[in-house]
Design a protein around this ligand. Structure first.
Ligand SMILES: O=C(O)[C@@H](COP(=O)(O)O)OP(=O)(O)O
Length: 430
C-alpha cells in the first residue's frame, strides 16, 4: 500500500493498536501514567495551502489535458466511451477512474484554517483516549478529578483541541467541559523544550548542513529516476521537478489523512517504488533535524525524560495521569533520547538501497497522533515501567528482553540523562 509511506503526515489510523486486551497478571499493579501525545491530523501550513491553491489546479489542468483526447462539447456519454477506450488502448494514459478523481478535485483548505486540527484528528484523539482507558481503567477513570489528572498542551489550536478531544474520550462530552487545562505558555520548557535551545536552533534547525543529506538525495540519480517514472505515468513531456512531485506527495498525505472515505488524486502519480523514494527523503530530513543526526538534538530531551522520571519516582500518588499534548519535534527527540529506532550507521542519502529495513521510518514512528506512554507498575515492592509507543509495548535498551523494565535499570542506563541535564548549558543559552 503506497499510503503506508506518507511520512509525518500519515494518519494515526494506520498505526493505531485497536487491541485493548489487558494483561491480567498486571491488574492492580499500574499506579501512574505519563503520556506525550503528538496532536491529531491537522491542516497544512500557510505556504503549503498557498501552493495547493495556486499551483495544483494548474498541474491538474495539465494532467487532464495530457491524459484526455477530449475537447469541450462532447456529449457526456461519448466522453465516457472515449475515456474508456483511451484507458484500455493507451497504457501511457491514466485510467478513466483516475481522470475522474482529478476532474472532481479542488483545493480543500483555506489559509485561515492552516494547521488547525481536523475532524479526523478529533476522532484520533477521542478513540486513543478510549482505548487507553480500556487498558488502564484505574489510571484513567471516567470520573474526572483535577487532583488525579494533569493535562497540558502547547500554545497552539491543534494541541488544545487534541487535549479537549482526548478528555471527551475519557469523560464524555459533558464532563470534558469541566476539565482544567492550564493557560499554555509561549515556549513550554517541557512540552516544546527545543524552542528554547539556542544552540540547537542555530546549529541544527537553522543550519543548512542539517539538510545536506536530504538535498543530496533530492538531486540523486535515484530521485531523478523516480521523477522520470512519475512524469511518464502522468504523460508529461518534460520531467517534473522535485518540488512539483513533493507537493503532490504532501497533498496525497494530507488528503489521505483527512478521510478514509475518498482517494486523493495526488496519490495516483506514485507507485510503491516511487513513494518509498519520497518517504526516504522525509526520513532523512527528520533524522537530521529531530533525530539522531546531531547529539544536541536528542540530548536536550533529558528535560522531558526527567519530568517523566521525577513523576514516576515521587512518593505522592497524585496525579495518577499526566497527559501532555505536543508536536512531532518533541516526540522524535524523545524517541531518540530513549535510543529507540536507532540505525547502526547514520542515515545517508547514498545508502537508500541498504536501508530498506530501517527502523527510522517516520511513516510509522511519527504519524499524526503518535504517542509515548510510560506506565509505572508497583507489584511485590518492585517498581517497573512499561513503555508503549503508539499503544504497542516497546523494549527499552535498558531491558532488551523485557517490556516491563525495572525503574532502577532505567535510572542506571540513562544515568547521564539524570546527572547531565543542565538545559541552559547544553543549549548554551545566555
Ligand atoms: O508545527 C509544526 O509545523 C511541526 C513542527 O513543529 P516543531 O517541531 O517545530 O515544534 O510539528 P507538528 O505540529 O506537525 O507536530
Amino acid at each position: 500500500m503506497i499510503t503506508n509511506h506518507l511520512g509525518t503526515k500519515s494518519p494515526y489510523r494506520y498505526v493505531a493498536n485497536i487491541n485493548c486486551t489487558k494483561d491480567n497478571n498486571l491488574q492492580g499493579c499500574a499506579k501512574k501514567i505519563w503520556m506525550l501525545v503528538r496532536h491529531g491530523t491537522r491542516n497544512p501550513n500557510v505556504l503549503q495551502i498557498q501552493k495547493m491553491q495556486g499551483y495544483l489546479p494548474i498541474l491538474k489542468d495539465i494532467i487532464l489535458e495530457r491524459n484526455s483526447n477530449l475537447s469541450q462539447g462532447y456529449l457526456p456519454i461519448l466522453k465516457d466511451i472515449i475515456l474508456e477506450r483511451n484507458s484500455n488502448l493507451s497504457s501511457s494514459k491514466l485510467q478513466k477512474s483516475d481522470i475522474e478523481l482529478f476532474e472532481n478535485w479542488y483545493p480543500k483548505v483555506n489559509e485561515k484554517d492552516s494547521k488547525k486540527l481536523t475532524i479526523e484528528g478529533e476522532h484520533e484523539m477521542l478513540e486513543l483516549a478510549e482505548r487507553m482507558q480500556a487498558r488502564f481503567p484505574d489510571l484513567l477513570p471516567p470520573v474526572y478529578s483535577n487532583t488525579s489528572y494533569k493535562f497540558k498542551f502547547t500554545n497552539t489550536q491543534r494541541t488544545k483541541k487534541s487535549a479537549e478531544n482526548f478528555a471527551v474520550g475519557l469523560f464524555g462530552k459533558k464532563t470534558a467541559k469541566d476539565v482544567y487545562f492550564p493557560e499554555p505558555i509561549k515556549h513550554d520548557a517541557v512540552l516544546r523544550f527545543y524552542k528554547m535551545c539556542s544552540k540547537w536552533i542555530s546549529n541544527v534547525k537553522h543550519n543548512d548542513s542539517t539538510y545536506a543529506e536530504r538535498q543530496i538525495f533530492e538531486n540523486s540519480l535515484l530521485m531523478k529516476e523516480a521523477l522520470r517514472k512519475i512524469s511518464k505515468k502522468l504523460n508529461f513531456e518534460n520531467m517534473l521537478s522535485f518540488d512539483d512531485v513533493n507537493l503532490m506527495y504532501t497533498t496525497c498525505a494530507f488528503e489521505t489523512a483527512w478521510t478514509s472515505n475518498t482517494k486523493s488524486p495526488w496519490c495516483i502519480p506514485f507507485d510503491i517504488d516511487t513513494i518509498k523514494v519520497m518517504e526516504y527523503s522525509e526520513d532523512l530530513k527528520y533524522y537530521w533535524v529531530d533525530g539522531y543526526g546531531k547529539e544536541i538534538t536528542y540530548k536536550q530531551a533529558c528535560i522531558a525524560f526527567n519530568n517523566m522520571l521525577n513523576f514516576m519516582t515521587a512518593e505522592d500518588p497524585y496525579p495518577h495521569a499526566v497527559l501532555y499534548f505536543t508536536h512531532s519535534g518533541t516526540l522524535l527527540k524523545m524517541l531518540s533520547h530513549l535510543n529507540l529506532y536507532r540505525e547502526d550507521k547514520p542515515l545517508r542519502a547514498a545508502d537508500y538501497n541498504d536501508n530498506h529495513n530501517r527502523k527510522w521510518r517516520v511513516s510509522k514512528i511519527d504519524t499524526f497522533g503518535s504517542n509515548l506512554a510510560f506506565i509505572l507498575h508497583k507489584c511485590n515492592g518492585e517498581k517497573k515501567l512499561l513503555v508503549l509507543h503508539n499503544e504497542v509495548p516497546v523494549k527499552l535498551p535498558s531491558c532488551p528482553d523485557n517490556e516491563l523494565c525495572d525503574l532502577q535499570k532505567i535510572k542506571d542506563y540513562y544515568s547521564s540523562s539524570i546527572t547531565d541535564c543542565s538545559f541552559d548549558s547544553i543549549c548554551e543559552n545566555n
